[in-house]
Design a protein around this ligand. Structure first.
Ligand code: TUI
Length: 313
């Protein structure tokens, strides 16, 4: 499947992996890239040294393009931005803020820059700042989210910018990818489906929670602090919402979330940990390799697009 995005990224398929904190490490990133998508290391809150090590591990496992997601709330973001240049990482995606201050250095170094945005205004700003593409991420996504849904955000961003738009949020299967292409997207980003990839180092307890999740098991914490985070409901999210109602400070709440994600992903604490996942968790039914996931989604989306053309004749 060729689109403006496969040309830009030099990948086989117009599909990229989300930069999920703790989850998006080198095993997953290398497996996604080897399978023809764009794998990503999620730098999240990691120190720059760890990110460099992760990048080198990906390079050992694949010669195909890959990327790093720079989380802009990370106090080490400037150092991570520099590591990306030094290690000649081909693609950067960013999340949770504006990467404007790093843009010039990245462009100068030949890095393809793809900010994740949650609004039309931010998408336009990023295009003006020199972004090569944007990920338009709807509030169906897991983790830190904006306010607009994928269905409404993607076509509005497509109308507002000239660069390729990658749809994200709620996409977990071929139907989601086909729908995103119909909305004008040049490709998709998937996170939740890759949480349960065989190559993902995510604790089995977490994977099982995603696989067992129903449509109604998703909730958003942090609405009151202006930093909404989508998770699967558990004791931790209930406790968080209770503290929120009692007026706990933003810093107090944020600290609780970041520490608790590690607890869930690494230790498998699915009651006291934070289970970040998108609303599409209910669509994720089994553990598969990245190659199986990507081929099923891309081949299925192609077939659906052809079927649609047939049906309306
Ligand atoms: O970044 C994400 N998702 C994330 S980051 C993350 S780590 C974290 N954990 C706890 C608290 C905070 C962060 C977990 N999930 N997605 C991309 C994304 N970016 N979604 C929304 C945005 C965004 C929001 C505001 C992008 C730009 C923006 O601009 C605000 C401004 O004006 O700077």
């Amino acid at each position: 499947m060729k689109t403006g995005l496969t040309e830009l990224l030099k990948t086989e398929y117009p599909l990229i992996q989300g930069g999920m904190a703790w989850v998006a490490e080198y095993h997953l990133a290398a497996a996604v890239s080897e399978a023809g998508g764009l794998g990503l290391i999620g730098a999240a809150s990691a120190p720059a040294k760890i990110v460099r090590e992760q990048i080198r591990e990906v390079k050992k496992r694949t010669n195909k393009p890959f990327g790093v997601n720079v989380m802009l709330l990370n106090p080490n973001a400037a150092e991570v931005a520099q590591v990306v240049i030094e290690e000649e990482v081909p693609v950067v995606t960013t999340g949770a803020g504006s990467p404007a201050k790093f843009m010039e250095a990245w462009k100068q170094a030949g890095v393809t820059v793809i900010p994740v945005v949650a609004s039309v205004a931010m998408a336009k700003m990023m295009e003006r700042a020199g972004a090569d593409a944007v990920v338009a991420e709807g509030m169906e996504s897991g983790g830190h989210i904006g306010a607009a849904t994928t269905m409404t955000l993607v076509p509005q961003v497509v109308d507002a910018v000239g660069i390729p738009v990658i749809a994200a949020g709620g996409i977990a299967d071929a139907r989601g990818m086909a729908a995103a292409l119909m909305l004008g997207a040049a490709g998709v980003q998937m996170g939740t489906r890759f949480l349960v990839a065989k190559e993902a180092i995510v604790h089995q307890n977490y994977k099982d929670r995603v696989i067992r999740a129903r449509d109604i098991d998703s909730e958003v914490t942090g609405m009151s602090t202006g930093h909404p985070i989508r998770v699967l409901r558990n004791q931790m999210s209930r406790e968080y919402r209770r503290l929120e109602k009692e007026g706990a400070s933003f810093e107090e709440l944020e600290q609780m979330t970041l520490g608790s994600l590690r607890k869930a992903v690494i230790d498998g604490d699915v009651t006291g940990g934070s289970l970040m996942a998108g609303q599409c968790a209910g669509l994720v039914k089994k553990e598969q390799t990245c190659r199986e996931i990507i081929e099923e989604v891309v081949t299925g989306a192609e077939a659906l697009c052809r079927d649609a053309v047939q049906r309306i004749r």
